[in-house]
Design a protein around this ligand. Structure first.
Ligand code: PEP
Length: 263
């Protein structure tokens, strides 16, 4: 047991995958695995983040699972409400479609899709104002790690949003630490390195908010069934944000099981 009292979260980030028929099969297989060997809701929150046009369909398909599985949006607009913003989906429109969770600040959005700090602040603020829970992603590049700047970079990314998170809204924040060099590369941070960063994040959060000790901090970066238990054993790792391995029902199930059994 890790000794943590925070309920773990295991969230699959499907990114720009898969085609509809594969998504349906993936969900059916995952539901079957849960049916055969239940993972109780008290043991672990489980969620999946499909492409935006599939959100409602996935949510409907998950509705008859033997436990709740959260449907998570991968992104939202920096603009709030409704209006002339072609191609955008606001926090309010997600909420209107019964989507209650959203990823913000994934490194692919920061690095490839141009989400600046200002944009991310607006997204976090809009999401919280609409009553969504935000999974806010942070993480350093390999160059930053090698230059000894990892901790400073990650803590700054957390500080970036403090101005837009009201005291009570920290209840609706989950942090995902995802070292960029570990995402989709097969390289995982060692449990020791990940725990060290998570402990720093916990310390930083506790200086910012009285709720710091209760905020879930997930690890992301090549999490797979083979390394999930070791990560789950670390006291400040409260779950996983899983990319590649979440596209396979059995792998994703085993990761969730590892966190449910260890925490
Ligand atoms: C991610 O994209 O959030 C991620 C952690 O990907 P992977 O598990 O494939 O490294």
């Amino acid at each position: 047991m890790s000794g943590s009292t925070i309920k773990p979260w295991v969230v699959g980030n499907w990114k720009m995958n898969p085609v509809q028929s594969n998504a349906q099969q993936l969900i059916e297989e995952f539901k079957q695995l849960l049916q055969q060997n239940p993972i109780l809701e008290e043991q672990c929150q489980i969620g999946v983040a499909p492409i935006s046009i599939a959100l409602q369909h996935v949510q409907q398909q998950l509705a008859d699972a033997n436990r709740s599985i959260l449907t998570v949006a991968q992104d939202l607009s920096r603009f709030a409400g409704t209006g002339a913003y072609t191609g955008e989906v606001s926090a309010e429109l997600l909420k209107d479609s019964s989507i209650e969770y959203v990823l913000v600040g994934h490194s692919e959005r920061r690095e490839i899709l141009g989400d600046t700090t200002e944009v991310l602040k607006a997204k976090v603020q809009n999401a919280l104002n609409a009553g969504l829970t935000v999974i806010y992603c942070v993480g350093e590049s390999l160059e930053q790690r090698e230059a000894g700047q990892a901790e400073q970079v990650v803590l700054q990314q957390i500080c970036d949003i403090t101005a837009v998170v009201k005291a009570d809204d920290w209840r609706n924040i989950v942090i995902a630490y995802e070292p960029i060099w570990a995402i989709g590369t097969g390289k995982t941070a060692s449990p020791e390195d990940a725990q060290m960063m998570h402990a720093k994040i916990r310390e930083g959060l506790s200086q910012i908010t009285a709720l710091g000790a209760s905020i879930a901090i997930l690890y992301g970066g090549s999490v797979k069934p083979e390394n999930a238990a070791d990560l789950a054993n670390c006291p400040d790792i409260n779950g996983a944000l899983v990319g590649g391995a979440s596209l396979n029902a059995e792998s994703f199930y085993k990761i969730a099981e590892a966190f449910a059994n260890t925490k």
